[in-house]
Write a new protein. Sequence first.
Length: 291
Amino acid sequence: MIEQSQKYKAVKEVNEELGYSIKFLCEIIELNRSSYYKWMNKSKTDRDIDNEELLDSIKELHVSVRGIYGYRRIAMNLGRILDRNINHKRVRRIMRENDIECIIRRKRKRYRKTTQLHVSENILNREFKADKPNEKWLTDVTELKYGNCQKAYLSAIIDLYDNSVVAYNLSKRNNNPLVIKNLDLAIAKNRGSSPLLHSDRGFQYTSNRYNKKMKNYGMIHSMSRVGRCLDNAPMEGFFGILKVEKYYLNKYDTYEMLEKDIDDYMYFYNNDRLQKRLGKRSPLEYRRSVA
């Protein structure tokens, strides 16, 4: 069993590192939000308190200049107002965590260029309920670190019917073979299925090879809108759960250690982790009970 304090600590880390809201993180791991805030108030450091005070100053300045200052100019002005040195990187992090943006001169997001992109509409349209198995699948890739800042990439597919992990694939490279192999694994376990598959617009999912593979399987492709991560919210939620309940609680010196823990967690999630939405049953237990 994971101690409550460890869950609180993991929620705090995911919020600070990835920017997910406290409300969202508490919901996906079924934590009481008020209890989390009580824990936070008990464990606040001087740095936490200073960040809260700095956030108030940032908000006040942002409103007073009608949002025209970016984080560098905010830091410069606050340095004069507060008569102290304000690190612009710290200001940038606080602004990002609290969705405070400059209204002008926003930098365009850089996307990896690919040829002959296949872009689909958001057919799923946030309809995150499925009436039967293999009707609606979600997929995405997340980054995990091990060793001396080495990176691994986890591709996963979940079924909206029971939140089960249909297939997953871990690799040291974030490329087309990573997601194509995972798609092949999912279909191999579910012969004859041709679900709606929803993804973001990552370079792997818009490639010729991936779309040719989907057509061969008779699948329909749905894609999130640009910059709308909530279009794939259950998938984001699953990765959040995995990181809170396993990844952030351990240190991985080798790729093999990380791979073993991912395998262990996927089995636990599908077979043993009870979910309130499924009548307090695990995904595969729910699937068997209604079959």
